[in-house]
Design a protein. Structure first.
Length: 304
């Protein structure tokens, strides 16, 4: 009924019961420029294989939900112009109308659930935007975490978001927010923020056990694992604060709204830092892929 297609690699892994890690595609089409987007996607997939799991990059291509992309499909998606950014609201519509779309965190979680994949690695999640008290801009990613049972590994939240409000919404929605290996909630380009994470775990095994326990307790929703960027790849907050403020001011001045906000800010920050933001972004996504692969392996070792 759902037009779904598994890549050769993912189909084999499923048949053999190997651990799988889901990956999103909006980071490819709307989060990074070409060709770094395609190169990074390939490197992230390889990190997962090297760590003993199998990557499944999600996307909708011509009305079919793809779980795992073949090399040529990834290349094509990474170079295409005008690909839709697809979240929970528009996923079924995109498939129904034969469209092509890149999946956000929310849509990737839905695709992962359909494919029986419980662990997902990305860079940063969407959250509560600054000024949300007037714009009402709160990412659908947060509500997805409250209802779809996938453990998402991200590097915390970007300072383009209102981090305290993002944590408040996650708390209200009953989403476990777990910092990996430290007390502080990491802030994407910086390993530390001023805020303590609500929970802390120091091993992939504990994260997998908590995931399995939530499943056994029939609690809806997933877990957010906040994995700090490796310190050698950090960008000092002082450097980014004015860049973020300028990007946000431009977005406001140009009346950018809805799903265009996050891609606009990411692109401006990339330009204003002359690509430094991208180097850090690549390092943290790879780091998240490695942790997600470990969690997927641990989860596989726990009886269902
Ligand atoms: N944050 C990032 N990089 C990204 C995104 C968010 O640091 O690439 C992407 C993800 O796909 C995320 C989406 O799910 O943007 C959130 O968009 P919105 O804020 O419109 O919900
Ligand atoms: Mn939004």
């Amino acid at each position: 009924m759902i037009p779904i297609r598994y890549s050769t690699e993912v189909a084999e892994a499923k048949a053999e019961g190997k651990p799988l890690v889901a990956l999103e595609s909006t980071i490819i089409t709307h989060g990074m420029p070409y060709p770094q987007n395609v190169n990074t996607a390939g490197e992230v997939e390889q990190e997962i294989r090297d760590a003993g799991a199998v990557p499944a990059t999600m996307a909708i291509l011509n009305g079919t939900l793809h779980v795992g992309l073949e090399q040529d499909e990834l290349q094509e998606l990474g170079q295409a112009n005008g690909v839709a950014k697809v979240s929970r609201a528009d996923m079924a519509a995109c498939i129904a109308t034969g469209g092509t779309g890149a999946t956000t965190v929310a849509a990737t979680m839905i695709a992962a659930r359909l494919a029986g994949i419980e662990v997902f690695a990305t860079g940063g999640i969407g959250g509560v935007h600054r000024g949300a008290e007037t714009s009402f801009d709160i990412s659908a990613d947060l509500l997805e975490l409250a209802q779809t049972p996938v453990t998402v590994v991200a590097a915390g939240a970007k300072a383009i978001l209102d981090i305290p409000k993002t944590l408040e919404v996650l708390e209200t929605q009953g989403v476990p927010v777990i910092a990996y290996g430290q007390d502080a909630f990491p802030a994407f380009w910086s390993s530390q923020s001023d805020l303590a994470a609500p929970l802390r775990m120091d091993s992939a095994c504990d994260i997998a056990r908590a995931h399995a326990l939530r499943r056994a307790m029939e609690l809806p929703g997933g877990q957010l694992i906040a994995n700090p960027i490796p310190t050698e790849a950090e960008i000092p907050a002082e450097e980014l604060t004015p860049v973020i403020a300028q990007s946000q001011a431009e977005a406001d001045a140009e009346g950018i709204s809805g799903k265009a906000v996050t891609p606009f800010l990411l692109q401006r920050i990339f330009e204003l830092t002359e690509g430094r933001s991208l180097v850090a972004n690549i390092a943290l996504v790879r780091n998240n892929a490695r942790l997600a692969a470990k969690i997927a392996q641990e989860l596989n070792a726990i009886a269902p």
